[in-house]
Design a protein around this ligand. Sequence first.
Ligand SMILES: Cc1cc2nc3c(=O)[nH]c(=O)nc-3n(C[C@H](O)[C@H](O)[C@H](O)COP(=O)(O)O)c2cc1C
Length: 190
Amino acid sequence: MINPISLVKSYYEKAKELNLKYFDAAVLCTSRDNIPDGRNVLIKEITENGFIFYTNYNSKKGKDLELNPHACIVFYWQDLGIQIRIRGKVEKVENQKSIEYFRTRPKGSQISAYISKQSEELESYEKLVEIFEEYSKTFKDREVEKPEDWGGYILIPSEIEIWEEKPYRLHKRVLYYLDGNIWKMKYLYP
Ligand SMILES: Cc1cc2nc3c(=O)[nH]c(=O)nc-3n(C[C@H](O)[C@H](O)[C@H](O)COP(=O)(O)O)c2cc1C
């Protein structure tokens, strides 16, 4: 049986080769107290175990995931005619991995992660720019350290559905699901 994580990776690589803008964006859905929420994140890496994204652990999504690690991500590549829906559970990645990834980011992005109390109320947009400028001076000749509350999550899938656009709306849907440790598959009506 084909490993559906590698299959997702092959579509992801194809979208990257085609230079599609935000080829790595996926909608991340979380749910807290049975109230769902969704937003885009960038899936920076696909490993044999799952899908890695980075964020602020104290953000709304971080708090949702703390209380309920069940989540899903949805990719849609219009130019490929492919939607991929991935359900599973998230775990934080090792801090060292987040540190290493943080170091690869442009300095401006590092500063913006450093100053952002993501999802908290901000008195005005001008205030954010002001703080950014202040910290750009502070870090002019210094390395920006990864903030404690910033890091990665890995979504470890238990179900992956690949939807492929076909003529006459006879779209092809294949659901891969874990049965114990074994990936199985079935077709679904579109
Ligand atoms: C294309 C795109 C990619 C994004 N990537 C990320 C990301 O990788 N990490 C992140 O924290 N926010 C990312 N954002 C912003 C989130 O969608 C969201 O606004 C923010 O994380 C706050 O979400 P929350 O309040 O639900 O935690 C992205 C937004 C867009 C439109």
